[in-house]
Design a protein around this ligand. Structure first.
Ligand code: AMP
Length: 112
């Protein structure tokens, strides 16, 4: 996969063409519940700019926005109130990436 598909599932969620259970949104970043959760809490965080995977995100996003992305991931974690969690990024089909818009998984089995 080396060209960005503007009709991928997450591009459609950003455009509002598909629904999502959003937990955070600003002009650059969106976070929402995974449709098929693998933990009590399973959130996906995505930048709104068109980037295929983590490599593409790092290559085509300025360092201030990259830092802002990861700081925002931590803000979302704090807002969720979770203390124990895993962060996962699948980069490339052979690593299990299914949707080719960069996304980061936040997974937590903390009880609420
Ligand atoms: P990955 O395997 O890293 O590409 O992860 C893709 C994730 O997107 C999977 O965990 C899916 O369950 C999730 N997913 C697929 N479609 C949707 C959707 N419409 N809304 C929310 N999550 C989705």
């Amino acid at each position: 996969m080396n060209t960005y598909d503007h009709n991928n599932v997450f591009a459609k969620i950003i455009k509002g063409d598909l629904p999502a259970k959003k937990v955070y949104e600003d002009t650059k970043i969106l976070a929402f519940h995974d449709i098929n959760p693998r933990a009590n809490i399973h959130i996906l965080v995505i930048p709104k700019n068109a980037c295929i995977d983590f490599t593409d995100f790092l290559k085509n996003t300025n360092s201030i926005e990259i830092a802002n992305f990861f700081q925002t991931v931590h803000i979302i974690i704090n807002q969720l109130g979770i203390k124990n969690y895993n962060i996962q990024i699948n980069n490339g089909a052979k690593a299990g990436q299914e949707i080719f818009h960069f996304h980061l998984h936040i997974l937590s089995n903390d009880e609420f």
